[in-house]
Each structure stands twice: as C-alpha cells, then as structure tokens.
Design a protein around this ligand. Sequence first.
Ligand code: ASP
Length: 470
Amino acid sequence: MKKISITETVEMVGKEVELYGWVDTKRDHKKIVFIDLRDRTGTVQVVGGEEFKALSEEDVVYVKGLVKARPEKMVNIKSKTGTVEIEAKEIKVLNKTKPLPLPVNTDGRDIDEEVRLKYRYLDIRRPRMYKNLALRSKFIDQIRQYLFGNNFLEIETPILSETTPEGARDFIVPSRLQLGKFYALPQSPQQYKQLLMVGGVEKYFQIARCFRDEDPRADRAYGEFTQLDLEMSFVERKDVMNLVEGLMIDVYEKLDVPIKQKPFPVFTYDEAKKKFGADKFDLRTDEDKKNNVQAFAWVVDFPFFEKVPLRQGSAGQASEEAWTFTHNPFSAPKPEFMKDLLEKKNIGNILTTQYDLVCNGYEVGGGSIRNHTPQGLKAVFEIMGLGEAEINLKFGHMIEALGYGAPPHGGMAPGIDRLLTCITEEKNLREVIAMPMTSGGRTSIMKAPSVVKDEKLKELGIKVINPLTR
Ligand code: ASP
C-alpha cells in the first residue's frame, strides 16, 4: 500500500522513500533524466538515468529513492516540494499509458468542454479539478459537522417517487410492474421532508440530489444538482434563517473564506427590486471580488402568488389568467395574511414566509415556513384553480398527513453546487461537479441518454413513436 504522499517528502530529507504516482513531466538531459512525479497532493522532482528514458508523461510508476535537499540555488520556490528532489534507486512502471486525448497538466480552460467531459476521468487529474473536488468534500463535511452538532438527523428520501411541484419538468421512469405507470425523479425532497416532520423527526437534513428537466443553460448543470435540504419543527421564519446563517458563517470560517457582512443584511422583495432592480444582486465591491469575499444577503416578503396565462386544459377558471405560487406551494403566508389565504381574498397582496439567500449575485437557496394545517394547504391549491378531485389526486396524501397532528415546521435548501462556484470563482457549475452532464444533456463519459432494446421496451409496454436517433 502507498504510505507516503508526494508532498510529505519535504519533511524526509536523508530518508529512503517509496512513492507512487503519475509521470507529470519529463526532461531528458541525455545522461540524466528528470521527471516530476505527481499524486493528488502535488509533484516532486525525481532524478534518474537511462532507465527513465522509456517513461512517458502519465505512465503510472513506483519509485524507490533517497530524498535529498537541493542546493540553495536549485530550490524551486514555485513548488511545494521545491526544496528537495528524489534520487531514484528503483523504478517500476505499473501501467504504461497510451497518448492522452487531452493534456492534464494545464488548467484545462482552453480545452473544448465536450472533450473534457468525454474524458472526465482524465480531466479530473488536473490539479485545479482535484482542488475543487477536495473543497467540495470538505465543505460537505463541515456542513454535516455543524448540523450533527445541532442535533439534526441525516435521512435519505426516495429517488423513485411521484412528481412534486418545483416549477420544472420531471424526469420520469417507467414501471415494469405496473405497465403504463411512471415514477418521477424528485425535483426536491420537499414533501418527504415535511412528512418526516409529521413523523416527529423535528430536525432533518440531507445532502440531496434533485432532478429537474430544465432547458439547458451554458452556466448550469443540466438535469441533476445537489442541495443541502433541511427542515425543522416548532420554528418561525427567523429561526430557520438564523440556523442557516450560523451554519454558513461557521463553515466559511472553517474553510477560511471571508464573508462581507455579518449578520447577513436582510432586504424585503420590494426594497431589493427598488434598490437593485432584481431579487438577486451582488453586494461586492471590486476590492471584495479581488479578495474572494462572499457577500450574502437575505430577501424576504415575496408575494405568495402571481398571475400567469391560464394553462391549457387547466380546470376551474373562466379568466384568461390563473394564480400560481411564486416560490413554493407548501409555504405558509406570513401570519397576518392567513385569514386572507383561507378566505381566498386579496390574493395579490398575500405575502409568503419565503426567504431566499443571495450570494455574489446568485440566488443560492430558498425556503419557507410551511402551511401545517390541511385547510391552509388546500386553500393554496384552490387559489391556483385546482378542483377537489385534482387536489386529492395530487396532494391528498399531504393534506391527510397534515390532519394528523403535523407540527408547525419550516426549512430551506441551499444549493451546494452554486455555493461552491462562488467560493472557487468558477463561472460554470460543472467545474465543481465530478461528472456533470454536458450542457446538451448527455452524461460525462457514458452515453446516456441511449437507445433501449425493443425487448426491453416491450417489457415496459412502451413504444417509441418518433425515434430520432436509431
Ligand atoms: N424545496 C425547495 C427547493 O428545492 C426548498 C425549500 O423550500 O426547502 O427549492
């Protein structure tokens, strides 16, 4: 087993070490050949003779050698191991490489992204990508530590599920056991986490994968993303906001990432619109941007409903427009608007308990206090023009569950991918995801979506009417 990482050699002058890694670069000076040997911690210079001539960049090798201090004028201040070099005693090639389809010892930004994603397993060899993945791992670790410290339970919720309204299209999965029926992949664990509150869990979180079939956008990760999903019982709006703000401050401190303003400034939706012209905005100065300062802010007091053109086939409303939720149909209104909600009056004035977290110009998460009574939730769907039968079909389980002693509850879901792009100053969410889909909705490396054999389709009772790619 590999026992020493490459950067540890700095502390091992005079000792013999066994190193494992990849040949990062090779410099052939006739009798002497230098390689930089790389593992995930960094590179170190190894000096060898004739036997190094056959090595190629990216060969996987084992090197046994003596760690020597470099003479002062040979010290390379640019490298973490620049004070030492390894005098090779033995070298073994563990796997000879073919020429790579893309370089991995650059930052990779000038390489076509389709190529990078096709060979993502090589692309993540580049130190920039490894750094992003390592940061992601640490970020999630710190989140877990904070929440466990606050007595949260981490609980998984189903992936094969029923549609939940988050405003995007669902991915659907056909059922073999019940032909003609489909599961939907969750757009968020919203309903399940609320049901956990009905179940008495009180404090839940999950590093949750969410699936939304949104139109591809260049800076987005299509298809799936990860959010820190959390929910708490017996709370008011300020409690959830305080918990999330405390978590962010703690995690960012542990990662040494500066935050511009603490406590986070709070703007009402109206204030934000007036001041910034939008409900997401960037509070950083040029100086902040240079120092990678993260500027968080809250936005509250959004209208609960907005008018949209009536969807075709939607029942119940005579007008050309229908009310729909601006953020989340499961939200409660602010307490002073509960009466209007229940009476379905002054609908355009009702404000929701929704709170959005903004960072560096992006909306990085949202949440709300929920309607925890059956009447409240039902009123939301009625305002949206859903009939009794449709409400029961889609949300009967929620309305029933809320009737069995559901505690007041609320939660939030900050987006992990977006927060990480802000910290790393990456432009594109895909840079902080190990194996994201391409912007056109294809998986990295593997070729999904792909054609399914006819017999498989038959088993599912499915016929493809208009095959585009057969
Ligand atoms: N379900 C919401 C979302 O995914 C977050 C929440 O309200 O907790 O955006």
